[in-house]
Design a protein around this ligand. Structure first.
Ligand SMILES: Cc1cc2nc3c(=O)[nH]c(=O)nc-3n(C[C@H](O)[C@H](O)[C@H](O)COP(=O)(O)OP(=O)(O)OC[C@H]3O[C@@H](n4cnc5c(N)ncnc54)[C@H](O)[C@@H]3O)c2cc1C
Length: 430
């Protein structure tokens, strides 16, 4: 077998040029595929364009990495928004229970939180990434970092030839029997998922469906949101309506940002708006979902009786977070200087209505780069769901977000990456 000297992580190393398996992309899917293939005694090379593996893992779950969801495969599928049945085999072969067991076995103790979301006990996404990197080393996976795969072609001899360009603008070529494309989607491009994998797949004969950023914050017309920037409301109810019709309603965590609203409940809502335009779209926030109108009215009345001689502007401390009070005061239209015992029944009623229906005009979602996940990708019609092998080019496999599958928040997207990565790695053959 041909060998060359190669500068690898600052050291000159002898590097094979021919492998049983080459994996493009050292993300969640690529690393899982590589480990699984190497554990079958195949020689494996992972090629990664960034200087470190798993850059995207580090930003997941706000740096805590929501690894998976402690549900069964059917439970994951319910949260998959595109091509859920395609994932049946992958999710049954490597379901969340196996993902949890796998990480526990490689030294990542896990904890299950609200919504059955599974996180590393340490609270550090880096521990998930580091455990996979360590496991690759243990399984004797070769990793070539700082090298971008610029093209991959199938030779007449049946091998795939993979061309790379490194940080120093040097090119090289590697050969393999099985090629796994695990280059991710198009979001958070600084983590390396720059969409170049789609071009590699197209050149190998595959179709890429329309790409959109799914799970984003929502931009709003109202500028007051910026005044509350950074405020997280843990348990509000959000209804998104288009042309007066509710498209989505859920209770959960919402974050005010400088541009509009975000947080888990908003990200999920955005997925339901992806295939619509944003005309006549509003987000209605119920700030007090646990209190019926009458109960909230009584509560406000009682608060105002307690504050009878105080100004209205100083009477809402017990009801609302500090940064939201000036906004609500303004939107309620009640004179802030009015003393509480002079506030009328009508005024209290309209305040109740406002708190139960804080309405924002949604103008759009955000740019694909700011999205959590990519909707669209390699057409599932061209991939064998039982193996992740291409139906067009034998021994070409796909894993992770590059595939036209996306899911809601809750650990489901990493589950897709791990499950499809595992299945692709398990399915390579000589
Ligand atoms: C902010 C944020 C938070 C998230 N939080 C969660 C969460 O908590 N739970 C969850 O389930 N999901 C979460 N997701 C989604 C999840 O991170 C992704 O769906 C998942 O990481 C996709 O894994 P992947 O391996 O397919 O792709 P990626 O992780 O994107 O990996 C692809 C790799 O391929 C490399 N690459 C690309 N092209 C080339 C090339 N031409 N040559 C060489 N290398 C290349 C890239 O550098 C990259 O390292 C989050 C996403 C974001 C953006």
């Amino acid at each position: 077998m041909e060998r060359t000297l190669y500068l690898y992580d600052g050291k000159q190393e002898e590097m094979k040029k021919s492998y049983d398996v080459i994996v493009v992309g050292a993300g969640a899917a690529g690393m899982m595929a590589a480990i699984t293939a190497a554990d079958k005694n195949f020689s494996v090379l992972v090629i990664e364009q960034k200087k470190q593996e798993g850059s995207k893992i580090l930003v997941t779950g706000k740096g805590r990495c929501n690894i998976t969801n402690d549900t069964d495969s059917a439970g994951v599928m319910k949260n998959v928004m595109s091509n859920r049945t395609f994932l049946y085999s992958a999710l049954f072969t490597f379901p969340p229970s196996e993902i949890i067991r796998y990480f526990n076995n490689i030294g990542v103790a896990t904890v299950t939180e609200r919504g059955r979301r599974v996180f590393p006990k340490s609270g550090k996404a880096a521990d998930v990434r580091d455990a996979l990197v360590k496991q690759m080393r243990k399984s004797k996976v070769n990793v070539l970092k700082r090298n971008k795969v610029t093209s991959a072609i199938k030779g007449n001899d049946g091998f795939y030839y993979v061309n790379v360009l490194n940080d120093d603008n040097m090119t090289d070529c590697f050969r393999c029997v099985n090629l796994i494309l695990a280059t991710g989607g198009m979001t958070y491009r600084s983590t390396g998922s720059d969409g170049s994998g789609y071009e590699l797949a197209k050149k190998l004969g595959h179709t890429v469906t329309e790409l959109k950023g799914a799970l984003t914050g929502l931009l709003t017309k109202e500028k007051w949101v910026a005044e509350t920037m950074g405020l997280t409301l843990r348990n509000v109810s959000l209804t998104v309506k288009k042309d007066g019709k509710a498209l989505y309603k859920e209770q959960g965590e919402l974050l005010f940002t400088h541009f509009g609203i975000s947080g888990p409940v908003v990200l999920t809502a955005s997925r339901y708006l992806l295939d619509t335009d944003y005309r006549n779209t509003v987000a209605v926030i119920d700030l007090k979902p646990a209190l019926e109108y009458q109960t909230l009215y009584k509560r406000i009345t009682s608060d105002m009786e307690k504050n009878a001689s105080k100004k209205y502007a100083n009477s809402l401390d017990a009801l609302l977070p500090k940064s939201l009070i000036p906004v609500i005061i303004k939107l309620s239209g009640i004179d802030p200087d009015k003393v509480c015992n002079q506030i009328s029944r009508e005024e209290k009623t309209s305040l109740v209505k406002l708190l139960k229906n804080l309405t924002l005009t949604v103008t759009s979602g955000m740019d694909i780069d700011d999205a959590v996940v990519t909707k669209g990708g390699i057409s599932v019609k061209e991939i064998n769901p039982s193996t992740m092998e291409s139906k067009i080019s034998p021994r070409l496999f796909f894993a992770g977000e590059i595939i036209d599958c996306d899911a809601l928040t809750g650990g489901y997207n990493l589950t897709i990456a791990f499950s499809t990565g595992y299945l692709a790695g398990k399915s390579v053959y000589l």
